[in-house]
Write a protein that binds this ligand. Structure first.
Ligand code: BTN
Length: 236
């Protein structure tokens, strides 16, 4: 008999990500166990970054004990796909992904959310999702979801939908074209920085592992792994 994983709702927390890790350390949680909070005071972004949360925004973390089923994509991209689908169903079209983990409003470009995937080191993942419907205080940390078309008002609807979708029994085969179509800056020049140095290329799409396909200035092609911190658009 399978048991539905818990969905914890907290009125206030430092970081849902830290809370879930600690809760799982104290007492083992099943695949799909999740937490969301009305107030998050010490949200974490990708290493070194803070994440500002205003009440009404989504701050949620989910524990996943396996790699995504039916795809060779990593959880970062699968979660981006799932969040984009939910946003399109509930808010409308116009959302996209800035590789590898930022959720964007495409026109005018504005970050509306971010995904933080952390490995447990034992084959499990803690996946944090922050989604803004209120302007955060810090410039660059996010943007308001289009005025007049807010996120679903019921605070539990989004976390429930997200948890259910990530546990989809059908798996995630066939998400590549949809994700590729939602990539920000397709056919545009971007730069990035990796430990081995900076690089520049034109965004083409995603390969079968979810790596970003690029055309380099010398006409060679290659890929960027999801481990890249982020890409930035430039005028060549
Ligand atoms: C990023 O854009 O760098 C990722 C932001 C991830 C923020 C979410 S909010 C819920 C979860 N708890 C945290 O402390 N961080 C993530």
């Amino acid at each position: 008999m399978s048991v539905d994983p818990p969905l914890f709702q907290l009125s206030e927390v430092g970081s849902t990500q830290n809370w879930l890790k600690e809760r799982h350390r104290q007492s083992w949680l099943p695949h799909g166990a999740a937490v969301f909070a009305d107030i998050q005071t010490e949200g974490r972004g990708r290493p070194g970054n803070r994440w500002t949360h205003r009440p009404g925004n989504l701050a949620m973390s989910i524990l996943l004990h396996s790699d995504p089923a039916g795809t060779t994509f990593p959880w970062t991209l699968v979660v981006a796909h799932v969040v984009l689908s939910i946003l399109e169903q509930t808010v409308g079209s116009g959302f996209g992904i800035k590789y590898p983990n930022d959720l964007y409003w495409m026109e005018p470009e504005a970050k509306v959310g971010g995904i933080l995937v952390e490995s447990s080191g034992e084959g499990s993942y803690f996946v944090g999702v922050g989604l803004n419907r209120q302007d955060p205080e810090l410039p660059g940390a996010g943007a308001m979801i289009r005025k007049g078309r807010p996120l679903p008002p019921d605070p539990i609807e989004l976390p429930k939908r997200l948890q259910e979708a990530l546990l989809s029994p059908e798996g995630f085969a066939g998400i590549e074209p949809g994700l590729s179509n939602h990539l920000l800056w397709k056919d545009q020049w971007v730069v990035w920085s990796l430990p081995e140095g900076p690089g520049m290329g034109k965004v083409q799409g995603l390969d079968e592992r979810g790596h970003l396909k690029l055309l380099f200035p010398d006409d060679a092609s290659g890929t960027l792994p999801v481990q890249v911190r982020g890409i930035r658009k430039i005028d060549p």
